[in-house]
Design a binder for this molecule. Sequence first.
Ligand SMILES: [Zn+2]
Length: 200
Amino acid sequence: MTPCDGGDRCRNCAGKWEGSGNCPRCFAWDALDGAIAAFDMEGAARRVVHGLKYRYIEALAATMAHAVARLPTAGSFDIAYPVPLHRARERGRGFNQAALILAGLGWNPGPGSLERIRRTGTQVGLRPAERRANVSGAFRYAGPPLDGLRAVLVDDVVTTGATANEGARVLKDYGARSVRIAVFARANYDHSPGAAIPDW
Ligand SMILES: [Zn+2]
């Protein structure tokens, strides 16, 4: 598995990137303050992600949490939320993989809850701008104000970050000072204009 560290990375989103400043994958994040990731979404890391999400091997969540917990900035958040699934999707799968990973991390669950209020179609095959439109207005936060708190969203994979950016927007509306996303795997899709994003 390839760790997301070293010099060939976007410092904001952990994507593979040789240039300076933000890479094209995170240019459009207007609410999300960055991503931290343990491994690239390829090889064994990809099999681990699929093992949890599609083969329901729930024990993999602890392994994934262990990898995320070892990231250098893993301790710098006040509150954490799993990226929510829509209720219907969660019922179908029997669990939310992001919630299992967060449970393994033991990070302080935020007050209230971040909920998915709109069932979005799949993001697979959509270009970045289409993904943003697809998840717009998909979330709701229910709980007390988050004034000044540093929040983190937890998920198994980040690709364009469109979903996490939308969740971050909602948490910031309620006062969160910063919102980042922590994931097990970073999907390094082709970021050239017009390129379709593959199914991971
Ligand atoms: Zn980036």
